[in-house]
Design a protein around this ligand. Structure first.
Ligand code: HGY
Ligand code: MN
Ligand code: MN
Ligand code: MN
Length: 417
């Protein structure tokens, strides 16, 4: 295959990112975005993308939970394809680049390769994962988990959303049917997989680098805690007699922060992002509080040791305060290690484009965390302003996006040879 001149039409790509950002449930205008899996808005975004993939001459198929594949057939279509993609769903009040740069960037990379006359031996396939964010079902990466066999159809079907609807009901109501056991990819389906994504951290910008070559993806775990106290009248129950679920939850939250700050691993991070107070009345002592814990580390064992210590300290708080504290693990995943073959291809592409680059870990998780279980996988990062993400002011410049897409195009061309 000739060395394609990845002439990226960045104006078109930015316009498409802006069109996609406008498909949002966020009360604030773009670049603030909210796009939750299996909502009407999510379905409109999928329609928009499918239209673009078909315009580009790609063959589109959708699986039983909405993972969307758009294939540029290679000269030898029977060979395992080279995959690339990311996600389109967006957490509430977030930004317009998380996931979408990878979903639209690979389309632009394919269009550039086609216009440069490339004819890959292997097919190149866009994969838009049905949902990467944990917003609706509490667990992230449900699409890539099922594709890679990291979760069984039964386990997936039992996930419930905040309206207590199960995953299976919701995906079918959104129009995705077919047996859940048809989703898992056949073995060796992909020859290689590469995901383009904003860094969601400050390193590349701080070091004035163009490209991040991901070597590993941190290991995420998600737990849900329930604190049960006695509740009661805000006026009638004197302080010594109280068993307040919210102040107990607050003490556990501070214990979590302290354990994360004191961890011997600098990569350990812990976040309580959701908290639900019952009955939630101004003059009623909270009787039940549920809160989430998102905890990660590149070192799996250290993460799990901190989770155990959190449990020990929570029980001590429960006894002292006369409340009950329970928890359940939603997921506790190992880290993913990028394949040398992908790392080498990305570095060679960046060198060919005279782009500065460095190897780095990903502190955010991505669908590549699971695809790495079934194919040689890697990621390409581009800088984002201030390292900010999951906020409306998330931003990467057109030049940064263009550099990422050019690197992706050359990487795909190399892997599809
Ligand atoms: O939370 C994450 O790391 C990803 O952005 N969903
Ligand atoms: Mn995200
Ligand atoms: Mn993402
Ligand atoms: Mn180099």
């Amino acid at each position: 295959m000739s060395q394609p001149d990845p002439r990226i039409n960045i104006d078109r790509l930015i316009a498409e990112l802006q069109c996609l950002a406008a498909i949002s449930d966020c009360p604030e205008p773009p670049p603030a975005v909210t796009r939750v899996v299996f909502t009407e808005t999510d379905l409109r975004a999928r329609d928009y993308l499918t239209g673009l993939y078909e315009q580009a001459g790609l063959a589109v198929r959708v699986d039983a939970i909405g993972n969307t594949f758009a294939r540029w057939e290679g000269a030898e279509p029977a060979l395992p394809a080279v995959g690339s993609g990311s996600h389109t769903d967006a957490i509430p009040h977030s930004g317009m680049y998380d996931g979408t740069v990878g979903v639209l960037g690979v389309l632009e990379a394919i269009r550039a390769l086609k216009s440069a006359g490339a004819q890959p031996r292997r097919s190149i396939e866009v994969l838009m994962f049905t949902s990467e964010e944990p917003t609706r079902f509490g667990m992230g990466c449900t699409g890539s988990r099922l594709l890679s066999g990291a979760i069984t159809p039964d386990e997936l079907a039992q996930l419930r959303d905040s309206d207590d609807q199960d995953y299976d009901q919701v995906r079918q109501a959104a129009g995705f049917n077919g047996p859940l056991d048809s989703v898992e990819l056949p073995s060796e389906y992909y020859h290689a997989f590469v995901e383009l994504h904003i860094e969601q951290g400050p390193v590349l910008e701080a070091e004035r680098l163009d490209i991040g070559v991901v070597t590993a993806i941190a290991a995420p775990a998600a737990l849900q805690f329930t604190v049960t106290g006695q509740g009661g009248h805000a006026g009638g129950v004197l302080m010594p007699a109280r068993h307040d679920a919210l102040t107990a939850a607050a003490e556990v939250t501070l214990a979590i922060e302290r354990l994360a700050q004191q961890s011997r691993s600098p990569d350990l991070v812990a976040t309580v992002g959701q908290l639900d107070v019952h009955p939630g009345a101004v003059n009623s002592i909270p009787s039940r509080v549920r809160f989430s814990l998102d905890i990660r580390d590149i070192n799996n064992d250290n993460r799990d040791a901190v989770v155990r210590e959190i449990g020990v300290q929570a029980q001590a708080i429960a006894e002292r305060r006369g409340v009950a504290i329970g928890s359940r693990v939603l997921n506790a995943d190992p880290p993913a290690i990028a394949a040398d073959s992908i790392i080498d291809a990305v570095e060679a592409a960046a060198d060919a484009l005279r782009l500065s680059h460095r190897r780095m870990i990903s502190r955010a998780y991505h669908d590549s965390l699971f695809i790495a279980r079934v194919a040689p996988t890697g990621m390409i990062f581009i800088p984002c302003r201030g390292g900010v993400s999951h906020r409306p002011d998330e931003f990467s410049t057109p030049d940064q996006i263009k550099a990422g897409v050019q690197t992706l195009a050359l990487t795909l061309a190399e892997l599809a040879k």
